[in-house]
Write a protein that binds this ligand. Structure first.
Ligand code: HSE
Length: 435
């Protein structure tokens, strides 16, 4: 039986994990693919002490892998976008199939890369790019193919979920938990990508394109990270019966598609609110199937390797029947592609959590509530604590009903201008996730 030959580029957390898993589950994987899958060349600028290569040749120039006639599939696990893009283009141009875990590459350059791969008749697969080991790409492209996807909402960054969980459960400091996430290999090379929501925005752009059959449009995704979340908010939210999760949300409405990534209050009874630590989960609402939930490890060596190898097995099966891209890439290059307008954030409607610091004297609350009422925003709940001894300022938390961001922007502007309100107001969107 002729083996499918892999050129593995990148030997970091995911590259090392992929190499090890291909070796440790070799027989099982060969059985599933109906052919052995063998790494015949590695391209890596550095060795990985946790990944002895047992005689597999290594090229320090990773482009040698893209040119190697012995390689059937190039696996791109070097990260970044510039060199990775050139490498993937070179592999495609040399007639190789490509598997990547690189969400930034797919989100930013996927439209051109899928078109290039289609022209050359090779596959470009990216299961590992979103939600680590969860087969969410397969679920959207294959399992839910009969549905109109109404919306999806996901915890799609393990690092931020780990940070928020540790802050809530152990009251640990943000920076301390982030350092641990880096040591565990969850965080991006530049962890601001995690905490500022950029990594999640890359992943949401990919999910939305698949779900709605639109071209990839990373620039249209609104991204807000978790750096503004304080222990005080974590405590208030708990008191209100919610949890704070960093969510990626894509929704179709008559006005177009909403594409947004931001901290979100979710009622604590929801399954998604109970997805903790580095775990990811994506809730997808299809018109026929209703809500479906996909849960698992969103980062780390073995879970991500699991997704990379699923793509390798798929391509090996395609090679066996002389076909490429048996399941097309989705909206990116397929015939069903259609552009939909993106709903401006000012028009996006959600309930809101607003926390402000107010002077503790009569009339303050009535001034605040009058502004909400003038803006047509109804108040769902309100917490005001008694001031601590000797303290003249009190935190006030307002939970609103559904309101457009533009309404809330105006109300916040007016409330912040009141002489009895100090500093700026913390704002977090709320999602009930019930339809
Ligand atoms: N930094 C990413 C995360 C890795 O924390 O989810 C997986 O994409």
């Amino acid at each position: 039986m002729k083996a499918v030959r892999i050129g593995l580029c990148g030997l970091g957390t995911v590259g090392g994990g992929t190499f090890r898993l291909l070796a440790s589950n070799a027989d099982l994987i060969a059985g599933r693919a109906d052919t052995p899958i063998e790494v015949v060349r590695v391209g890596a600028r550095r060795d990985n002490p946790d990944c002895p290569l047992g005689g597999v040749p290594v090229s320090r120039d990773i482009f040698e892998v893209a040119r190697d006639p012995e390689v059937d599939i190039l696996v791109e696990l070097i990260g970044g976008t510039d060199t990775a893009r050139e490498l993937v283009e070179a592999a495609i141009d040399n007639g190789k199939h490509v598997v990547t875990a690189n969400k930034a590459l797919i989100a930013e350059h996927g439209n051109a890369l899928f078109a290039r791969a289609a022209r050359r008749g090779v596959s470009l697969r990216f299961e590992a790019a979103v939600a680590g080991g969860i087969p969410i790409i397969k679920a959207l492209r294959e399992g839910l193919a009969g549905n109109r996807i109404e919306w999806l909402a996901g915890i799609i960054n393990g690092t931020t979920n780990f940070i928020l969980t540790e802050m809530r459960d152990k009251r640990r400091a943000f920076a301390d938990v982030l350092a641990e996430a880096q040591a565990l290999g969850y965080a991006e090379a530049d962890p601001t990508f995690d905490v500022e929501g950029i990594d999640a925005a890359h992943k949401l752009a990919i999910l939305a394109a698949l779900a709605f059959g639109t071209p990839l449009n990373m620039n249209a995704v609104f991204a807000e990270g978790i750096t503004g979340i304080t222990p005080l908010d974590v405590d208030f939210v708990k008191e209100l019966g919610y949890r704070i999760k960093h969510l990626g949300i894509a929704r179709q409405s008559p006005a177009g598609v909403e594409l947004r990534v931001h901290p979100t209050l979710i009622p604590k009874r929801r399954l998604l609110a109970n997805v903790d630590g580095v775990k990811n989960a994506v809730l997808v609402e299809g018109d026929a199937v209703g809500p479906t939930l996909y849960y698992g490890a969103g980062a780390g060596a073995e879970p991500t390797a699991s997704a990379v190898i699923a793509d390798l097995v798929d391509i090996a099966r395609d090679i066996a029947v002389g076909q490429s891209d048996r399941v097309p890439a989705g909206g990116f290059a397929g015939s069903a592609v259609r552009d939909l307008p993106v709903v401006p954030m000012a028009d996006v409607q959600t309930p809101w959590y607003l926390r402000m610091e107010a002077e503790d004297r009569p009339g303050v609350m009535s001034a605040v509530t009058r502004i909400f009422s003038e803006q047509g925003i109804s108040i769902e709940g309100l917490i005001q604590k008694a001031p601590s001894a000797g303290e003249a300022r009190v935190p006030v938390v307002v939970l609103t009903n559904t309101a457009a961001q533009s309404q809330v922007d105006e109300a916040v502007l007016q409330i912040e201008a009141l002489p009895t309100i100090y500093g700026s107001i913390t704002r977090i969107r709320v999602e009930t996730l019930d339809g």
